[in-house]
Ligand binder design. Structure first.
Ligand SMILES: Cc1cc2nc3c(=O)[nH]c(=O)nc-3n(C[C@H](O)[C@H](O)[C@H](O)COP(=O)(O)OP(=O)(O)OC[C@H]3O[C@@H](n4cnc5c(N)ncnc54)[C@H](O)[C@@H]3O)c2cc1C
Length: 408
């Protein structure tokens, strides 16, 4: 193997790329893995609220460093379009609010410690996928100078941009909703252990707005929109929402970020010969919440296993890479499907019906089912529990009632 080639190249040093890289080395130290990252700093620009489930970390086998944990979350309060609300809170910590810059750097360091090579400032501009079992050619630039490198397998972990995957004939995620998030200090936090989620077509169409406390007096606040500029929705939310405007009177903005949230779930095809898509690139994101770190990481671990096996067997055929697609669909396909269905349902329900549903959930203590069976990443179980519970007829009645209100 010369210095211009290696076994596996990973495009992008986000969580998915770094998790996959480290995992490949766990299978076999001798496999050479190189990550190419376009930015000169890992984790920047940050495009994340950093809300990650603790169970998810455990499933990934990641113990996040203390320095990256800003806050611990025990529950959520959900607000309807007309500001009705219900909350769920559990005894044990559910999630961490993390600093993604520190977290991503930690993951990259872990990968490097395991023997992975990382090249920063290397932007991949084009890849040429060969006929089966030949080398992939990767072209790019570093400081305006061209480089060319080849590998047996490429894992595309480029995130939502989708430039490379499009070039290779893959379809990117079909729904990416633009979002704006600000971080504010000196804000009045009602409960530091609770995240706040705000639903409504006038608040955050196609998604929801959130307030995620990062400390007892600071928070990340976001609005997204599939119908016009999310910035306008965020400004309106901050200025006019009854639950927010009073609390931010003395607040100052410390950071503004923008990004795209995938709400359509996995893409149609995530492999070809010599190539696999992982993370946001594959649409491995929860369509309900837009969270992609855990599900992306879990699927990346599967990709790593198949990548390692194919190097060891010297087989980079489409049939071999298909094992990845088969395995993640078998393990997580139902979860992605259910979350997609829920997202489609929420998107199609008019605001008055959401208001009615909120009333019913609160009045008939459906929150108890959520508290008992809720899982931030694997949401199908709690959805099934609600559907097959005695409370379902009540939800259906409020749905019909809300529909009448909406029509008349
Ligand atoms: C506003 C917002 C809030 C979010 N909040 C949460 C949250 O609370 N919890 C959660 O789990 N998820 C959240 N997400 C989603 C989460 O950020 C992503 O799912 C996650 O970062 C995906 O990881 P990844 O490794 O697939 O991609 P990324 O983290 O996007 O990493 C891709 C990497 O590839 C690099 N790259 C791209 N193109 C090239 C190229 N051509 N050459 C070389 N390098 C390249 C990029 O620089 C980047 O470092 C949020 C997203 C947004 C926009």
């Amino acid at each position: 193997m010369n210095k211009n080639s290696c076994d596996i190249i990973i495009i992008g040093a986000g969580p998915s790329g770094c998790i996959a890289a480290r995992e490949i080395k766990k299978y076999n130290k001798k496999i050479s893995v190189l990550i190419l990252e376009e930015h000169s700093n890992i984790g920047e620009p940050m495009q994340c609220a950093g809300l990650i489930s603790i169970d998810g970390f455990k499933k990934l086998g990641i113990n996040p460093p203390k320095e990256c944990i800003l806050n611990i979350i025990y529950g959520a309060r959900f607000y309807s379009p007309s500001n009705k609300s219900f909350s769920i809170k559990v005894d044990k910590p559910m999630a961490y609010v993390i600093d993604r810059r520190i977290f991503d750097k930690y993951l990259a360091e872990q990968a490097i410690k395991s023997g992975v090579k990382l090249k920063l400032g290397h932007k991949v501009s084009k890849i040429i996928v060969p006929h089966e079992n030949e080398y992939v050619k990767i072209h790019g630039t570093k400081n305006n100078e061209k480089f060319e490198i080849s590998s047996k397998i490429v894992l595309d972990a480029e995130g939502i941009k989708g430039n490379i995957l499009r070039q290779c004939g893959f379809q990117p995620p079909s729904k990416i909703i633009p979002a704006i998030q600000i971080e504010m200090e000196n804000i009045k936090i009602n409960d530091k252990e609770i995240v706040e989620l705000y639903f409504g077509r006038n608040i955050s169409p196609g998604f929801f707005a959130y307030l995620i406390p990062t400390s007892k007096n600071s928070a990340r606040i976001e609005a997204a929109s599939n119908n016009g500029n999310p910035y306008n929705y965020l400004v309106k939310f901050l200025k006019t929402h009854r639950g927010i405007n009073e609390r931010i009177k003395n607040a100052n903005i410390v950071e503004v970020i923008g990004g795209g949230i995938i709400t359509s779930g996995p893409v149609k095809k995530t492999h070809s010969n010599n190539m696999m898509l992982i993370g946001d690139s594959a649409g491995h994101v929860k369509a309900t919440t837009g969270g992609g770190v855990i599900m992306g990481g879990l699927c990346s671990k599967i990709a790593a296993k198949i990548a390692a096996q194919s190097i060891l067997q010297d087989n980079f055929s489409s049939k071999m890479m298909h094992q990845y697609e088969k395995l993640w669909r078998k393990k997580y396909g139902n979860e992605f499907f259910t979350m997609n269905m829920v997202r489609t349902l929420i998107d199609s329900i008019p605001d008055p019906i959401i208001d009615e549903l909120f009333d019913t959930i609160d009045k008939y203590k459906i929150t108890k089912i959520i508290e008992s069976y809720g899982d931030m990443d694997f949401q199908s179980e709690v959805i099934k529990r609600v559907i097959f519970s005695k409370k379902m007829p009540l939800l259906l009645v409020s749905l019909i009632f809300g529909l009448f209100k909406h029509i008349f």
